[in-house]
Design a binder for this molecule. Sequence first.
Ligand SMILES: Cc1ncc(COP(=O)(O)O)c(C=O)c1O
Ligand SMILES: Nc1c(O)cccc1C(=O)C[C@H](N)C(=O)O
Length: 418
Amino acid sequence: MPDDPLARAHELDRDDPIAGFRDRFMHADEETVYFDGNSLGRLPHATRDRLRTAVDEEWGAGLVRGWSRWIELARQAGDVLATGVLGVDPGEVVLADSTSVNLYKLAAAALDARPGRRAIVVESDNFPTDLYVLQGLAAARGLDLRVVPVGIDDGLTVADLDGVLDDDVALLCASHIAYRSGARTDLRAITARAHDAGALTLWDLSHAAGSVPTPLREAGADLAVGCTYKYLNGGPGAPAFLYVRAGLQAELRQPIWGWFGQRDQFAMGSSYEPVDGIERFVVGTPPVLGGYAALEGARITAEAGMAAIAAKGAALTGFALDLTDAWLAGHGFAVATPRDPARRGAHVTLHHPRAWQVTQALLAAAVVPDFRTPDRLRIGLAPLYTRFVDVYEGFARLRRIMETRAYSSFPAERSRVT
Ligand SMILES: Cc1ncc(COP(=O)(O)O)c(C=O)c1O
Ligand SMILES: Nc1c(O)cccc1C(=O)C[C@H](N)C(=O)O
């Protein structure tokens, strides 16, 4: 850490090639330091404008005629995500449903495609919704859910899979970035191990999409899902995305046979025949306003470019870790996030026995991080709009809270929603 970290923060901001993207987002006040873009991203100005037009002109004036363009939206946004964010081909990604529902659809489709195999593999600390969806599928089908124990800060490693994958495994499901610690798993190596065993892979990219490159194509990964409301800035409840490798699409059938997945949908035929291509994984009428918001968010990310975003994410998290070492070491914190930038995403997580109280004290000081059980303070540094001076300011307020023990006046019992 340099002698003058504030001067260093200003220097890093001056040299930041994507610094200008900050102005594309709404900042309602300059006092708040927002460290939770990994839960809900900021509002892009373009999205507000797009939604106004969609409401006033397309819905308000155009009424049902709007469907002539809305019908393309899920695929249009999917193509932007494919080429500009996820590094795969147009036609491999579509916007649909929620991450949880997409996970269910793709996992069920994968299991159907490997009928002789009776096991699913998942890491023990995958995001809860992933665990629940797979538990439900395993229970409904009488399958064996092999839960690979991983440390809660570690994510899944290749070594964890020793002795786990065999010719009974149909599907392996893991997160690319661990939601708690921000640890990045080796997507390529894990996919290769699963493929060696003849299993399909399903990746949860919720904390990866828009923060780090996702080597789906290089890995030959089969399936992926993720949300658009975090680093992709699609807004609360914006529809999620799903990815299916092009070569696999024809082989897969998802379990919810809805009319938006139907060939020649408006022929209104009476029996289901899925369309060719990625739209076969869509079910029903898409949420158009949320879809526009997801599209605009994805466009901004694509414009900045994933290489620049990832480089800035590594620098922001590196700066946060430097400040942690310099300022917080004597205050009971331990770093949960990997030190190697290639092994982490764009958030930094610190353990502290009083993390809940520290989080409340930060919120009272207009710094917005989040708390994750059991004792983690999670600091999301969304690269598109977070400045190095924001990191400096947030950590300076945290240091003051620790030095004055201001956190001790907050209740120790966890009470808030997020
Ligand atoms: C890794 C991961 N998967 C899934 C979800 C959520 O899924 P859904 O949008 O279906 O609530 C989240 C966050 O909420 C997440 O972090
Ligand atoms: N999706 C969320 C929600 O609907 C309510 C509160 C928080 C969220 C989140 O996104 C949490 C986030 N996925 C996490 O990593 O913890």
